[in-house]
Design a protein around this ligand. Structure first.
Ligand SMILES: *Cc1c(COP(=O)(O)O)cnc(C)c1O
Length: 388
């Protein structure tokens, strides 16, 4: 064999029986082969297990899928190239022309865009309500057949809490699917509720380090089975190397989420007592309007703390520019603390009434609390609040 041939057919190294890698290797391959054409045909007919093409499945992404399904307390999972890919592919797969869906003003901006513009173009109608308007949900479900209810909790950025028990009961009674973007609360929360489909951005708490993108859809086996072929064909597949990095990040998921939540709680209390702050939005604070509901639904109140500065927009500018440790950057759930102001948030397309429901003002600031020492974060915040 010429060396130019050999580089394309390198030696294979297999672990001998009884010998295992502690961390599974990355199957950085697109293609898999069976020994014979007959085995290949049997695989293609669904008569034998195996792997064939990574867009459909790969052992490394499969390991991540099985782990995430277990963490969220469901049977099955599909991972995708980003959180938005998980949401778009889920919505495209579960709906058809003529369907109606319910979503909320407080929904993540790209999801709202997806529902309003993209699905709208394919003849899927929607009703957009406030996440606090359970009576509106009941009325809408009674008025027309609805395919699914798409919601989040806590919401971005003001950490409103959805009444998951009530929403899922209403959806179930009306024959609609309850689809929940559970990114903010994480994989260890809300699994006890009757949610049909969880979607997550793995870009946030799964990796934790903000250096890799991914998404996941987690549901009972029968639903995932019905979605799998569509997902493979829509093509937003997660790369095995990214899956490996996310699996590595998940090893520290619980300690990160808990430590960052504890810092967030301390920071929320500190902000609530500061004269430059008009109002703090953190579900762990007894002053949060839905604190009782949050305490019933959540094990950890999360790492996102939002607040309104008494000085409005100009104060938010001075505050953001004075911070040194908080990066003025999008996203949440990193080990670095992040800050976003109203000027960086979307929602310009909302009507005046919807903007009022969203509750975001020019002085609204969202913090994502990282793993830095909370004393350092509080010192940084105090300096910025003094400047604000
Ligand atoms: C970030 C985020 C997404 C989108 O995830 P990407 O990985 O950035 O595509 C979806 N939902 C929520 C709530 C998010 O915070």
């Amino acid at each position: 064999m010429k060396k130019s041939t050999r580089v394309n057919h390198p030696p294979t190294v297999e672990l001998p029986p009884g010998n295992h890698a502690l961390v599974a290797p990355i199957y950085q391959t697109v293609k898999f082969e069976f020994d014979t054409l007959e085995d290949t045909e049997r695989y293609l007919r669904g008569e034998r297990p195996g792997f064939f093409y990574t867009r459909t499945s790969n052992p490394t992404t499969r390991q991540l899928e099985q782990l995430l399904a277990e963490l969220q307390g469901r049977e099955e999972c599909l991972v995708t190239a980003s959180g938005v890919a998980a949401i778009s592919q889920t919505l495209l797969t579960l709906t058809r022309q003529g369907d109606h869906i319910i979503c909320f003003v407080e929904t993540y901006n790209p999801s709202r865009y997806l529902i309003r513009r993209l699905l709208g173009r394919f003849g899927v109608a929607h009703t957009m309500l406030s996440i606090e308007d359970l009576a509106g949900v009941e009325r809408t479900l009674a008025a027309q057949p609805t395919r699914l209810v798409f919601f989040e909790s806590p919401t971005n950025p003001l950490t409103k809490i959805a009444d998951i028990g009530a929403l899922t009961r209403l959806a179930r009674a009306a024959g609609a699917l309850a689809v929940m973007d559970n990114t903010f609360a994480g994989f260890h929360q809300h699994g006890d509720y009757d949610v049909d489909v969880f979607v997550h951005s793995l870009t946030k708490y799964a990796s934790g380090t903000g250096d890799v993108m991914g998404g996941a859809v987690i549901a009972r086996a029968e639903l995932i089975r019905a979605m799998r072929t569509d997902f493979g064909t829509l093509g937003g597949t997660l790369d095995p190397h990214a899956a490996f990095l996310i699996l590595r990040g998940l090893k520290t998921y619980f300690v990160r989420y808990q430590a960052q939540s504890a810092s967030a709680a301390r920071i929320a209390q500190h902000l609530a007592a500061h004269p430059a702050v008009a109002r703090v939005h953190y579900p762990g604070l007894p002053t949060h309007p839905q604190h009782t509901l949050a305490a019933r639904q959540m094990r950890d109140f999360g790492t996102i703390v939002s607040f309104d500065l008494t000085g409005g927009g100009p104060a938010a500018r001075r505050f953001a520019d004075t911070l040194a440790l908080f990066a003025l950057a999008a996203s949440v759930g990193s080990t670095e603390s992040l800050v976003v102001t109203q000027q960086m948030m979307g929602g310009r397309e909302l009507s005046a009434d919807q903007q009022r429901i969203s509750g975001i003002t020019e002085g609204t600031v969202r913090l994502s609390i990282g793993l830095e020492d909370p004393d350092d974060l509080l010192e940084d915040l105090d300096r910025a609040l003094a400047a604000a």
